[in-house]
Design a protein. Structure first.
Length: 236
């Protein structure tokens, strides 16, 4: 009996993971929005056993991979890429390199629209009013950046150690208009833990499910992020 239950749990777990990774691309026309949060600074991370963001491009590279996927599958898809500017300015000063120019090079390569944002309110304002939403719905929204189970953290460990001063919390999702998304919109958060709470709150606020990780995510250089542990998985 116990053995059978374990087998069933393994099958269910595998089915959940497979379904998440096979999430269908939207068919209805609209705008796809990609968001890249900011990276941390060495001044805060150097004391840690496992520092965050040794590579400045964690969230830029992942977004680039996803943008290329979309453009390969749907060459005419309208894509807007929103990037949290303050963190890349401070990281540029730390590393003595102009990362904003490198971000702009991704825009030029794939011929997409790049929008820098400095606050969560600017991000939400673009979602609501960046296009005439009665005609241009959102058919995709994907977040690459730091997060916990309840919020996107756009400047984690960039301004203060192991914390954030700029975030979008699940309690603020009601600011996003419910009529923005197509019925088949693909919404995913590639940050840590968002599947544990924020995904459910997103659906309640917007009417659209959001895939999120249970547990930590691991950012890679040549692939999209994956669960950081064997027990981590997607959910919505």
């Amino acid at each position: 009996m116990l053995y059978t239950l374990r087998i069933l749990l393994v099958i269910v777990f595998a089915a959940i993971t497979l379904h998440a990774e096979d999430a269908k691309e939207p068919v209805q026309p609209g705008e796809t929005i990609i968001v890249s949060g900011g990276v941390s600074l060495w001044v805060w991370e150097k004391w840690k056993a496992s520092p965050h963001d040794n590579w400045w491009a964690n969230f830029v590279r992942a977004a680039r991979i996803r943008i290329e996927q979309i453009k390969t599958a749907r060459p005419d898809q309208q894509i807007t890429w929103l990037v949290y500017r303050p963190a890349y300015l401070t990281r540029s000063r730390q590393d003595n390199r102009d990362y904003t120019a490198l971000v702009a090079s991704v825009r030029d390569t794939f011929h997409i629209k790049l929008m820098w944002f400095d606050s969560a309110s600017q991000l939400v304002n673009y979602l609501n009013y960046g296009q005439p939403r009665d005609r241009v719905k959102i058919n995709g929204f994907e977040y690459f950046g730091h997060s916990n189970k309840a919020c996107f953290m756009f400047d984690y460990s960039n301004v203060i150690d192991s914390g954030s001063k700029c975030w979008l919390h699940e309690s603020e999702l009601g600011k996003i208009n419910r009529s923005l998304f197509t019925s088949d919109a693909l919404v995913r958060s590639w940050g840590c833990y968002t599947g544990e709470s924020m995904s459910q709150k997103w659906r309640a606020a917007t009417g659209v499910p959001m895939w999120g990780f249970v547990g930590k995510s691991q950012y890679l250089t040549e692939e999209l992020p994956v669960p950081a542990t064997a027990m981590g998985h997607w959910t919505r």
